[in-house]
Structures are given as structure tokens and as C-alpha cells.
Write a protein that binds this ligand. Structure first.
Ligand SMILES: Nc1ncnc2c1ncn2[C@@H]1O[C@H](COP(=O)(O)OP(=O)(O)OP(=O)(O)O)[C@@H](O)[C@H]1O
Ligand SMILES: O=C(O)c1ccc[n+]([C@@H]2O[C@H](COP(=O)([O-])O)[C@@H](O)[C@H]2O)c1
Length: 195
């Protein structure tokens, strides 16, 4: 099984993520893409972070019925913050017959040398990089890189959280089932207990 690992906070998952996952499956030999939900990204503040099980639930809502896609909670039981090198080592052990590639935007890829055990990631895994505006891929950092020209939508989870905070619509930015779940569960609203 050839699996593309798409790591992120997915706080929440949005159409930009889904378009990339589907595009990668369409243009590469990968058979599956797993959204690996990071409970705590080492580089991001946790103050606006929705509980990881709620984020997992939203990813599952987003991909319902698409057998090519899977939500992975593997990092939930690993030490925090979530270092990708640790996750990869764990997955290698758990799925010895699978081959993994990493999917990332050129913004993340630019920072890769600063990640924990970056050398182990770069030396062991092919990386599928899609170019995001403002982040040209000037250097491969010694990794086996495939550059993808993916259709891009300049939306972010930060923007979506801002809209929700202001009581605005997020229709079309996330799948309808995700918008409905966020609405009915009152996620990302102002007030006590909200993220
Ligand atoms: N609109 C988008 N199109 C393509 N890739 C994206 C888009 N938004 C985020 N990504 C990428 O998806 C991966 C996971 O990102 P993450 O879950 O942190 O999303 P985000 O929308 O950038 O979140 P935030 O706004 O909270 O920082 C990262 O590699 C990031 O570069
Ligand atoms: O392992 C690391 O040192 C490391 C440093 C920064 C980010 N990551 C992971 O990369 C993924 C995407 O991060 P980001 O910042 O692009 O949203 C997310 O799953 C993080 O846990 C991993």
C-alpha cells in the first residue's frame, strides 16, 4: 500500500486541504492519503486549538464516503508536541509493508530543516511538495522532492476561525457536513469553553 501522509492541525479541515489530497491521488501512484491530525504542532500556539477529537470528527465528516482518504489519530497517543520524525518512526513499525511519502506545502517545506530530526525525515521519505504563492522551492534540502502544480485556494483555518468568531458564514470554505457540525456544536465561538 502506498500512502501519502498529510500532517496538519486541521483546525478545522477545509476545502484547500481536500483539494490537495485529491489532486495528489490523481497525479501520483499513491493509493491513499491519510490526514494525520497533530494534537499540538511544535510551532503553533494552542490557545485557538479545538480539542483533537473534535478536529478528528470534523475530518471524518469531511471525507465521509471517500475511501481514498483516511483520518489518522496516531499522534494522539504519542508524546507532545507532535514531532513528525517520531510519528514516522512509529508508523514504519506499525505498518512494515506500507510505503509512505509526505505531502507538504512549500511554506512548510521551507521550514523543514528546523524540524526535529529533520535529517532522518529528509533521508528516508520522498516528499511531494506543492508550491504555495510566496514560497518558491529554491532548495530541496537534500530530500527526494517531487514538485506538484496543484490547484490552490488561498484560504486558511485561521481565516475560517476568524469568520466564525465574527459570526460570519463559512459556507463553501468547508464541506457542508463540516459547516453543519461546527454550527450545531458551537465550535470556534466566543465564550467559555470555546476554542
Ligand atoms: N489553502 C491551502 N491550500 C493548500 N494547502 C494548505 C492550505 N492551507 C493549509 N495548507 C497546508 O495544509 C497543511 C496543514 O495545515 P494546517 O492544518 O496547519 O492548516 P492551515 O489552514 O494553514 O491552519 P492555520 O491557519 O491554523 O495555521 C500544511 O502543510 C499547510 O501548508
Ligand atoms: O517535527 C517537527 O519538528 C515539526 C515542526 C513543525 C511542524 N510539524 C508538523 O507539520 C505539520 C504541518 O505543520 P504546519 O505548521 O504547516 O501546519 C503538523 O502536523 C506539525 O506537527 C512538525
Amino acid at each position: 500500500m502506498q500512502v501519502g501522509l498529510y500532517f496538519g492541525s486541521f483546525n478545522p479541515i477545509h476545502i484547500g486541504h481536500l483539494i490537495i489530497a485529491s489532486h495528489v491521488l490523481n497525479v501520483t501512484s499513491l493509493q491513499r492519503v491519510w490526514f494525520v491530525i497533530s494534537p499540538q504542532n511544535p510551532f503553533k500556539p494552542s490557545s485557538t486549538l479545538l480539542n483533537e477529537y473534535d478536529r478528528l470528527h470534523l475530518v471524518n465528516k469531511a471525507i465521509e464516503g471517500d475511501d481514498r482518504l483516511r483520518a489518522s489519530e496516531v499522534e494522539f497517543s504519542l508524546p507532545r508536541p507532535s514531532y513528525t520524525a517520531h510519528t514516522l518512526a512509529y508508523l514504519e513499525e506499525k505498518y512494515p509493508t506500507y510505503s509512505f511519502q509526505i505531502i507538504m506545502g512549500s511554506d512548510s517545506f521551507q521550514n523543514l530543516p528546523k524540524w526535529k530530526n529533520a535529517g532522518a525525515i529528509i533521508g528516508r521519505y520522498p516528499i511531494l511538495v506543492y508550491e504555495r504563492p510566496g514560497f518558491p522551492v529554491a532548495d530541496t534540502h537534500g530530500a527526494e522532492v517531487t514538485l506538484l502544480q496543484a490547484p490552490l485556494l488561498e484560504i486558511s483555518a485561521t481565516h475560517i476561525r476568524g469568520l466564525l468568531h465574527d459570526g460570519k458564514s463559512i459556507r463553501y470554505l468547508v464541506p457542508d457536513a463540516v459547516a453543519e457540525e461546527i454550527r450545531s456544536s458551537r465550535f470556534y465561538r466566543k465564550g467559555p469553553g470555546s476554542a
